[in-house]
Design a protein around this ligand. Structure first.
Ligand SMILES: Nc1ncnc2c1ncn2[C@@H]1O[C@H](COP(=O)(O)OP(=O)(O)O)[C@@H](O)[C@H]1O
Ligand SMILES: [Mg+2]
Length: 471
């Protein structure tokens, strides 16, 4: 059963300089053939990248495309018609900007806070004069647009005008303010929820930003939220997916964000890889069994354990086997008490059928460049903005160990070949403490981009970081 080694497609990881890596070889444990790696170096690297994919005879390119490389990768995908991208570039449409999330939701009639997008500023100001407040203003797109840093609440016209004058956001992207109980993040594989948690705002605040004192918990995520997340994942035809759902005071769920790039514990990335291996091997590899509400059980463990556990497997329910935990456990879900294993049938992990044509061609949907403020002249394409290392996936800090800047510096300096000067260079290059942590967590090799840091030093640094994590 399933494909032989020779029949399996040739896989390649899609990596980008300065961007954290969602997958590596360890996630694809058991894949019998070599998995290639192709790294995009930014700038005018498109043609070289395409050649490398062809030379390596890659059939399937696996990885997330960050916002500022999105349009380039649409072009690359066109020139590689026989290469399957996982996730598909059309699935990754929402990764690019908040505007794209909105257009995706509009098309599939998914509930979102009422949203207004203006490229014509004059019309935007007319709208702002007559609309109701409060409004939420967001920056739609940017190299590191995360965590509420570019999300603002305005209470009247004057505040809105001042904000736009100062920030110069384009397009002008606004939403009705939705009073909400919390945000809920749902992660899915093959449209099956595999993890979900609440993010609650600090008392008296509206922004659910856990790095600013909000809290997280995994218990009793409502059925309506999981159902919406499944619907969204299906609309995107996503192998793996994360949705941020606003759970309103009115108990209605609305989509805030959705993407294929998100922070996930390694065991979740293992499951995704296993799922992809299953899907590409015609059943030779086993689909992971991820029982519904496994997250409620796993979250009873300390996050330091969840960060290190790999390749988690669960037993499956069978009637003759009473020892099975998820078989006996019941839960109030929606309006009913249900056995958890029954929910596994209600929320199956489904295969993805690759698309055969483009859903979001840039000629039509890249409003951002098509309606840029200053129309581009014949000058060469505008350079891509390179994200800071942790870029979109800055939330990685939510799954990374907590550390003070002082202790982080200590760890760096404990490595032969790194002194005060290099530490300074490291922070100059990567940015803040959390950026450095992100690089240590997911892309240590990036340290070789710093002058005077060798591969050998990097491998020592890797060890020092692992040692710290096990303490
Ligand atoms: N329309 C809205 N009404 C009320 N609160 C909102 C609205 N949009 C966003 N928020 C709050 O702001 C947070 C950040 O917004 P989000 O769109 O997720 O941007 P970011 O990319 O910065 O995370 C959300 O988690 C939510 O708490
Ligand atoms: Mg968010």
């Amino acid at each position: 059963m399933g494909l032989s080694n020779k029949e399996l497609p040739k896989l390649g990881f899609l990596y980008l300089d300065y961007v954290l890596r969602f997958f590596d070889h360890s996630n694809f444990k058991g894949w019998p053939n070599k998995i290639e790696t192709v790294t995009y170096h930014w700038g005018k690297d498109k043609d070289r990248f395409i050649k490398e994919v062809k030379r390596k005879k890659i059939d399937v390119l696996i990885g997330n495309i960050p916002a500022t490389a999105y349009e380039t990768f649409r072009e690359i995908a066109r020139e590689l018609p026989n290469v399957r991208f996982i996730p598909d570039v059309d699935t990754q449409f929402s990764n690019k900007s908040k505007e794209n999330v909105t257009r995706f939701a509009w098309k599939y009639e998914l509930p979102i806070p009422k949203t207004y997008i203006y490229y014509n500023h004059e019309n935007a100001y007319k709208f702002l004069k007559k609309t109701k407040y409060p409004k939420i203003v967001k920056k739609s797109y940017g190299p590191s647009n995360y965590g509420g840093y570019f999300v603002h609440k305005v209470d009247n016209y004057k505040e809105a005008e001042e904000l736009f004058e100062e920030k110069k956001y384009h397009p002008m992207y606004m939403q009705d303010f939705v009073p909400m109980e919390a945000d809920i993040r749902v992660m899915l594989i093959g449209h099956k929820p595999v993890c979900a948690f609440w993010r609650r705002p600090p008392k008296g605040e509206w922004l659910t930003n856990t790095s600013q004192g909000g809290s997280m918990d995994y218990m009793d995520v409502p059925k309506s939220v999981l159902d919406l997340a499944v619907k969204v994942s299906k609309a995107a035809n996503a192998e793996y997916w994360a949705c941020d759902v606003a759970y309103g005071m009115d108990k209605k769920p609305r989509i805030l964000e959705c993407a294929t790039a998100f922070a996930a514990f390694p065991y979740i990335r293992d499951w995704i890889a296993q799922y992809i291996m299953w899907s590409l091997s015609e059943g030779r590899f086993k689909k992971p069994h991820t029982p519904m509400f496994n997250w409620e059980e796993l979250s009873k463990m300390d996050s330091s354990i969840l960060r290190t556990m790999r390749h988690i497997t669960f037993g499956k329910y069978s009637q003759s086997f009473d020892g099975e935990y998820f078989g006996k456990k019941r839960k109030l879900f929606g309006d009913n008490q249900v056995y958890l294993h029954v929910l596994d049938k209600e929320y199956p992990m489904l295969d993805i059928i690759p698309r055969t044509k483009e859903e979001w061609p840039s000629e039509k949907w890249n409003y951002q460049d098509n309606l840029a403020l200053k129309k581009k002249t014949k000058s060469p394409a505008k350079p891509e903005e390179i994200p800071s290392p942790t870029g979109e996936d800055m939330e990685i800090v939510e799954t990374a160990p907590k550390i003070s800047k002082k202790d982080l510096k200590k760890i760096l300096k404990s490595v032969d070949g790194i002194g005060n000067k290099k530490v300074e260079k490291i922070f100059d290059k990567f940015g803040k403490k959390n950026d450095v942590v992100g690089v240590l967590e997911q892309n240590v090799d990036m340290f070789t981009k710093i002058k005077g840091i060798s591969k050998k030093t990097v491998s020592k640094l890797k060890k020092a970081w692992e040692l710290f994590k096990t303490k």
